[in-house]
Design a protein around this ligand. Sequence first.
Ligand SMILES: [Zn+2]
Length: 242
Amino acid sequence: MAGELITNAPRRALAVYAHPDDPEVSCGGLLARWAAAGSEVHAVVATRGDKGSADPLTDPTELASRRAREVDAAADVLGLAGVELLGHPDGELAGKTELVEELVGLVRRFRPDVVVGVDPTAVFFGDGYVNHVDHRVVGWATLDAVAPAASSPLYFPGQGPAHQVATLLLSGTLEPDTWADVEGTLDTKVAAMFCHRSQMGDDAGEWLGDFVRQRAAEEGRRAGVRFAEGFRRIRLVPEEVS
Ligand SMILES: [Zn+2]
């Protein structure tokens, strides 16, 4: 497969993810790079992250507020223009047209050239992991919101004037064909991920950087650079390259 590197920075980008730490984990290097290059980058987090704990005594509401603060801190590190928290409970997104409508409203409000999101067709990674249902649901809702709903005025007419997104970049994919060189922003990505302390324990300083560098180096080998993040790219407006 011929891989391509992302070279341009869009005027505006929107990253749509399920859980509070997903944008950093999935595409933090790319978002930081675009923000540093002057792109207006917004993120959407669909859930409250209220079930993101292995401790049965956790208070879900307290966890959700802690995670909202972690989102703000991480967004500052990445240089994002803002993050929209949709506030849905974890694991309860399935079958909601409401989510598609919310995303259509945000796409029409922010008018991004590029939407970065989840590849919902990736269900199994190897033989030991089932992709989280929230990732799959948000991934499908993002596709449904971008193509065709947001660009088509008769869909959700109350959500603002139609907007055509030029490019979709899907992370968490089994079929990457496009890579972002993130050597310059890998430390920023690690710092942003480190803001999500509720998810990684107090010893994260010891392993997080190595873990992220190792994953980015694997993708980098596929892309022919030192460190990369991989995506599946869908060009909805073929003449616009980003
Ligand atoms: Zn997640």
